[in-house]
Design a protein around this ligand. Structure first.
Ligand code: ZN
Length: 495
């Protein structure tokens, strides 16, 4: 492993050099979407953040097993009034099988991820497909004395656990804070302590998603699925667990408690969390009316959107901030990203047009080597994508100066520069050229303009001024700025 990656570990609260448990291999688990509604901006950030990590780990030579779950047992967010899970409610109202609802939104999520050029994970397990593993987990915790049964439900005994271990070590809380801040009303009367969380819930008669268990016909508590599935596919000890910062407490804190209570030791070495997205400075939420789905961003069909934004604009916008910083979405900010991305892609298109100089040229290999080293340095520093992007912008300026014939570049350096863009802009940042084969079209288009201008040069050489002027004037009318130089011409399209 030539590159030394440092990542910020939420658990230790500092940047650590990444050292996998098994040399050369990485096990990584990321909390995936809940599929009772359309994928929105809140889904895009963790998906893109951990896609960047997945791509980079693979690029620097690791074999990565990336597990991202689908939460399709709708127990996690009850409607406060009815105590009914959201998938079940939707299924009842629309007369659908619950799995039909989950599958529909899973398909929509996958389509949105593909648009955003997010690579599929290695394994994508569903909570509903792992009920047996979750029941096994609950049995172990019960056997170890850190849980109790109450009226067909099973609860985690937080106080007892906290006597032996530290409940709150990930979020930096102690049990007293948790008790004081708890407004949990669910399961009151059944629980010994209000901070105890459900490992298994007895289903109410109207609850359609239910499975048999030793305790009751019911369903697993939300936190169980990630502990059970992480262990099944990555083992008792694995490298990285990620998710949004909003999952640190209670979800990930409870996952740690479940793992330790069942196997006696921590399961995860590095915890990584992306920061949240706000919209015009406000938290995103259905009740706030600023809840914009990814499909709405792509089509522009939402009253808060001034226009449609392409998937790559959204991806670029997210990557322009470090994953641990907050990101605020606004039309102005997205329009700025759209322009920035166009500038980067123009640099890539111009790179293909450059004719290398004979010999070294004024932009030599030393420049390209330094550029590549700086991009790696930024990625190794806790995935600093905004710095990588700024280095690529600097390189675009160099490319443009070559196009404008203010600088020259030799063949070796030109090929190396193209490789830096391929590696960082496309393979690692995961950007892609949009609009079908627009890249290929741009390239062909550039060559056609070059061809016309060569004909104009030939006309000038033959003193055929009428043809030469006609070509120049027609191009000018289309917005082309043509400049004659000592040994030829330069052009650019003013858009
Ligand atoms: Zn999870």
């Amino acid at each position: 492993m030539e590159q030394k990656l440092c990542i910020y570990n939420t658990l230790s609260r500092k940047k650590e050099e990444f050292e996998p448990i098994t040399p050369g291999r990485v096990g990584m688990y990321v909390c995936g979407p809940t599929v009772y509604g359309d994928a929105h901006l809140g889904h895009a950030r963790p998906a893109i953040t951990f896609d960047l990590l997945f791509r980079y780990l693979r690029h620097i030579g690791y074999k990565v097993r990336y597990v991202r779950n689908i939460t399709d047992v709708g127990h996690l967010e009850h409607d406060a009034d009815e105590g009914e899970d959201k998938i079940a409610k939707k299924a009842r109202l629309e007369q659908l099988e619950p799995m039909e609802v989950a599958q529909y939104y899973t398909n929509r999520f996958h389509a949105a991820m593909q648009e955003l050029n997010v690579l599929p994970p290695s394994i994508e397990p569903c909570a509903s497909g792992h009920i047996i593993e979750q029941i096994e987990l609950v049995k172990q915790i019960l056997a170890n004395g850190f849980a109790y049964e109450s009226q067909g439900s099973v609860y985690f005994d937080v106080e007892k656990y906290n006597k032996k271990y530290h409940y709150g070590k990930l979020s930096g809380r102690n049990l007293e804070d948790v008790i004081n801040n708890s407004r949990e009303l669910d399961g009151v009367g059944e629980k010994r302590n209000q901070v105890d969380f459900a490992l298994w819930k007895r289903a109410q008669p109207e609850h359609i998603m239910r499975w048999p268990s030793p305790w009751s016909d019911g369903f697993p508590g939300w936190h169980c699925e990630c502990t059970a599935m992480g262990r099944k596919y990555l083992g008792e000890h694995f490298d990285i667990h990620g998710g949004g910062m909003d999952l640190v407490f209670p979800h990930h804190e409870c996952e740690i408690a479940q793992a330790v209570a069942s196997q006696g030791s921590d399961m995860v070495r590095y915890w990584m969390h992306n920061n949240m997205i706000t919209i015009n400075g406000q938290k995103m939420g259905k009740s706030l009316g600023n809840f914009i789905t990814l499909a709405q961003f792509f089509s522009g069909e939402h009253e808060s959107l001034a226009q449609a934004y392409s998937p790559m604009t959204i991806r670029f916008f997210i990557l322009q901030a470090h994953y641990r910083s907050t990101v605020d979405f606004s039309n102005e900010a997205l329009q700025a990203s759209e322009k920035g991305l166009a500038r980067l892609m123009e640099g890539v298109a111009n790179l293909k047009r450059i004719v290398p100089a004979d010999g070294e040229g004024s932009v030599g290999m030393a420049y390209v080597d330094e550029l590549r080293a700086k991009c790696y340095e930024a990625m190794n520093d806790d995935l600093n994508s905004p710095i990588v992007i700024s280095h690529l912008f600097d390189a675009c300026r160099v490319i443009n100066s070559v196009i404008d014939r203010k600088a020259t570049i030799g063949r070796e350096a030109l090929e190396a520069l193209a490789d830096v863009f391929r590696t960082f802009a496309f393979d690692i940042l995961g950007l892609k050229e949009e609009g079908g084969n627009e890249g290929a079209r741009e390239e062909a288009f550039g060559k056609v303009v070059d061809m016309l201008l060569e004909q104009r040069m030939a006309a000038k050489a033959n003193k055929d001024w009428a043809t030469s002027d006609k070509i120049r004037d027609n191009l000018a009318a289309l917005g082309f700025e043509v400049k004659d130089t000592k040994d030829g011409f330069t052009w650019r399209l003013n858009r």
